[in-house]
Design a protein around this ligand. Structure first.
Ligand SMILES: [Zn+2]
Length: 370
């Protein structure tokens, strides 16, 4: 019975087109499922704030065990191509039909949360109070959870279902991700007749790029120049050169230092030849680390042990809603929840893994320690 129910839930969720900024239909479906579970449900105004058709969906389910609520979270949006996606069940494996993503990222997470709560209800076991947050636009650097209304949340611990890997794996740290753009302005002139009258924007850019350490520039710190474009024609000194790049670092301060050094390289090299460099950046997401002795980490370890699952906690290079939760005083982990080859048409999930993760989640919510 339970097996069939999670298959149906997963199938329902996957069949709904829910791109970032267009999560309305999924949200309405989920709202109905949560209300059927007896949760009090509300939606915040994130959609208005970020230009989507839907807010973050929140819910509360009071429990019998003492202690503040535990926050469970999985995001409602998916990447593209997702239109018309459909889950294909083949033995234990679930895939898409081949031309779209599957959307196990993050339908697996949502289905696991719903099923775990149903299971506990049926078992009659007492559980902790639960807050649920289903953010929009996670795939856009957590834009939805960045503007969520945290005043209504009381949880201090979060479990975010949004990671590739074996069940029992979790991420306890993610980096700051800082995007930057540089626009170098020189002066155009004819490359043959008047080369000395031009100011070579590409020359300034290339000197700067050659100065900037790229790749792994320190442990836990990466820097990349991702695009560069400039110039109008073979025989014109290029007036303009535009560059984009990013810095990722587990230490937010170190990432900011690398950003400053990058900015200085472009500004100095531009100035050296009489060009100007306009540098701008955006902190897409801010680094966090949930420590080994944090209540969420300890709870997860105990639950894995009780379920006989090997527990493996590590850092990840990708951001998630958990980065934003941490900024609001909620310390959590991102849990592996049966999603593989995400953001590709080869994405898959597994029924056995979904089941394992349901059990693990039920254990997290029903163990006695506040
Ligand atoms: Zn995800």
């Amino acid at each position: 019975m339970e097996d069939r129910r999670i298959i149906k839930t997963f199938d329902d969720l996957v069949s709904i087109y829910s791109p970032s900024f267009g999560e309305r239909d999924l949200c309405d479906c989920l709202k109905a499922k949560l209300e059927a579970l007896g949760a009090s449900v509300w939606e915040d105004n994130a959609g208005d704030l970020i230009g989507g058709n839907c807010g973050n969906l929140c819910a509360f389910l009071p429990g019998e065990l003492p202690g503040p609520p535990i926050l469970l979270s999985a995001h409602m949006d998916t990447v593209e191509p997702a239109f018309g996606k459909k889950a294909v069940f083949n033995g234990d494996t679930i895939t898409s039909e081949g031309s779209t993503i599957l959307g196990a990222d993050d339908a697996s997470g949502i289905a696991i949360i719903l099923e775990a709560i149903e299971r506990i209800k049926e078992s009659g076991l007492p559980r902790r109070s639960v807050e649920l947050l289903f953010p929009v636009a996670e795939e856009k650097y957590g834009l939805g959870s960045a503007v969520a209304d945290y005043t209504k949340l009381k949880a201090k611990e979060a479990f975010v279902f949004d990671l590739e890997g074996e069940i029992g794996e979790a991420a306890n740290a993610a980096p700051s991700i800082i995007a930057f753009t540089v626009s170098i302005k020189g002066k155009a002139s004819h490359a043959g007749f008047a080369p000395l009258e031009g100011i070579h924007a590409i020359l300034a850019a290339s000197r700067a790029v050659s100065r900037i350490p790229l790749g792994i520039v320190a442990p836990g710190l990466t820097c990349n120049i991702g695009t560069i474009s400039g110039g109008k024609a073979r025989n014109i000194i290029p007036e303009q050169c535009d560059i984009t790049g990013e810095i990722r670092g587990f230490d937010h301060g170190a990432a900011l230092e690398a950003l400053e050094a990058t900015k200085a390289a472009f500004e100095e090299e531009a100035e050296a030849i009489g060009a100007t460099a306009i540098f701008s950046h955006k902190i897409e997401i801010t680094a966090y680390e949930t420590l080994a002795e944090s209540p969420a980490t300890l709870r997860f370890r105990r639950a894995c042990e009780a379920e006989g699952l090997p527990c493996r906690i590590h850092k990840t290079l990708g951001g998630s809603d958990n980065n934003n939760f941490f900024l609001h005083g909620i310390e959590g982990l991102v849990l592996a929840c049966s999603m593989h080859n995400v953001h590709s048409a080869r994405e898959s999930a597994s029924l056995a893994e979904l089941e394992k993760c349901v059990q693990l989640t039920a254990r997290i919510l029903t163990e006695g320690t506040p």
